[in-house]
Write a protein that binds this ligand. Structure first.
Ligand code: URA
Length: 204
């Protein structure tokens, strides 16, 4: 697990935590954190050589070896993906809708739209809040069922309960986070957290 260790990340997360932060700014900061999380998550991504010509001479540069897929867990994940895509504009996008089944309390997938070749490159799975870990585990398992072997989870704030559940179920999935908080409360909110990320991103 990597928790971004940078003073500017701390400042951005503090803005998100502040209940007075207006929706426009909240959205902007989530997007910025998406960019920073993707930057860290792709640190070890495979590249190939690429020849280019500068106005002065030939140069050997790099390109990504395989196109990544950004997978957003609806709805709050949609706040992170613009920042992630700003770094890798050629990435494919996938969407997963997960809701809690009130009978079993387990996540149920109500929407699933992934590119057919999702397994051909790295997958960045985006959800700002890793709370119980139920949706993240379900999403990783759905992706594994489609053949994905290189999945990284990107989140803004995690609870230790969610980290434990995801890493015990899928130790092969690296986690890249902006903050690790204290605990979950009785309603499943991360403490101190930032409240409901979806509500604060979309102003609902
Ligand atoms: N989802 C959120 O948006 N916030 C939490 O605190 C927990 C889950």
């Amino acid at each position: 697990m990597t928790v971004l260790d940078h003073p500017l990340v701390g400042v951005l997360v503090t803005e998100l935590r502040d209940e007075r932060t207006p929706v426009e700014r909240f959205r902007e900061v989530v997007e910025q954190l998406g960019r920073l999380l993707a930057y860290e998550a792709l640190r070890e991504v495979r590249v190939r050589e690429k020849a280019v010509r500068t106005p002065v001479a030939g140069a050997t540069g790099t390109r990504l070896a395989a196109s990544p897929t950004v997978v957003c867990i609806l709805r709050a994940g949609a706040g992170l993906t613009p920042g992630v895509l700003s770094l890798i504009p050629g990435a494919r996008m996938g969407h997963l809708g997960m809701a809690r089944d009130e009978a079993t309390l387990e996540p149920r997938t109500y929407y699933d739209k992934l590119p057919p070749d999702v397994a051909d490159g790295p997958v960045l799975l985006c959800d700002p809040m890793l709370a119980t870990g139920g949706s993240a585990v379900a999403a990783v398992e759905l992706l594994a069922g489609r053949g994905c072997r290189d999945v990284t989870f990107l989140g803004v704030i995690a609870a230790p309960e969610g980290v434990k559940r995801l890493t015990e179920a899928h130790p092969e999935v690296p986690l890249v986070l902006a903050a690790l908080d204290e605990r979950l409360d009785g309603r499943g909110y991360i403490v101190p957290g930032l409240g409901d990320a979806g509500d604060r991103i979309f102003g609902t």
